[in-house]
Design a protein around this ligand. Structure first.
Ligand code: 13P
Ligand code: SF4
Length: 299
């Protein structure tokens, strides 16, 4: 039996649901029940109520799924698929900041560990950072963590001032304005869509800065036929599937998230066969980390 049929058989036997992020490899996206961005995957994890969720993405995403579906067994096919940006916010340092700034509201991007989420007031994703920041009392000081680029880009758009944690995504931070100008010159008719984890000078050159899910919706609703895509190149799979009449150009050098690409069909099969790696978090930690996520989802 081929690997895809075997995965389908085990998935059916376990009553499992496979969730995949837009950045994982195309063959993994193709076996998923749902493919989306961090916000959509969080909502889906809460909605599915499946006994087993196989999360094809990185650890903070699988942790969020577990926190929102504590009764489900959440499997992360690759134990060490992490997010370097999430690791840039150490819970001890965040707790210290909190103690030193008791009146500041802490806003955490979902790209954080459960231990950090348990310390903050509200979460956001790249799809709703504007909405979350606009929901806060205007007279309060705010710390945005860990992505300084998403923080800076959103603050600029909303004309806000806030403290920024010095974290960044190594994949998006690497994109340079000169790379963008070079690819734009090759495709002058194309719209440029970038992720808000890119540096502000890159975002300034773009037609829109959007979450990966936002890019999928934007392209579907646009009359434009060509797009330069400034994010991890896994997204090109969903864009091409949904828009066979449109052309997509990745930025060169190619933006690859090595952690997302660790998830392969073999690893998904192994996860279903062995039920590893299970996301396990203390109940008390999950209860605290759920509050800022639920506060975000309630908006
Ligand atoms: P999205 O929520 O836009 O999918 O982004 C997640 C991420 O990790 C971006 O690097
Ligand atoms: Fe983390 Fe960046 Fe990879 Fe997203 S692309 S998971 S932010 S390292």
């Amino acid at each position: 039996m081929d690997i895809v049929s075997r995965i389908k058989e085990l998935k059916a036997a376990a009553n499992a649901v496979i969730l995949a992020h837009n950045y994982v490899s195309p063959d993994v996206q193709d076996i998923a029940d749902f493919v989306g961005d961090s916000l959509a995957l969080s909502i889906q994890a809460k909605k599915v109520q499946a006994p087993v969720i196989v999360f094809c993405g990185v650890r903070f995403m699988a942790e969020t799924a577990k926190i929102l579906s504590p009764d489900s067994e959440v499997l992360l096919p690759v134990e060490d698929a992490g997010c370097p940006m999430a690791d840039m916010a150490d819970p001890e340092a965040v707790a210290k900041y909190r103690a030193e700034h008791p009146d500041t509201i802490l806003v955490a991007y979902v790209n954080t560990t459960a231990a950090v989420k348990a310390l903050v007031d509200i979460c956001c994703t790249s799809a709703n950072a504007d909405k979350v920041l606009r929901s806060l009392p205007p007279d309060k000081k705010v710390l945005f963590l860990p992505d300084r680029n998403l923080g800076r880009n959103t603050a600029k758009k909303l004309l806000l001032e806030m403290d920024l944690w010095p974290g960044f995504c190594p994949v998006h931070n690497r994109i340079q304005a000169e790379d963008v100008r070079r690819v734009k010159a090759l495709h002058p008719q194309a719209q440029l869509l970038v992720h808000p984890e890119c540096q502000p000078d890159v975002v300034a050159l773009a037609d829109a800065a959007l979450s990966t899910g936002g890019m999928v919706s934007h392209v579907a609703n646009s009359d434009c036929k060509e797009f330069i895509i400034g994010t991890e190149h896994g997204i090109l799979h969903q864009l091409t599937l949904a828009n066979p009449d449109k052309a997509f150009y990745p930025l060169e050098p190619l933006t690859t998230c090595v952690d997302m690409k660790k998830v392969t069909l073999d690893k998904v099969l192994h996860a279903l066969e062995t039920r590893a790696t299970k996301i396990e978090l203390p109940k008390e930690l999950m209860d605290r980390a759920r509050k800022p996520i639920e506060r975000m989802l309630a908006l």
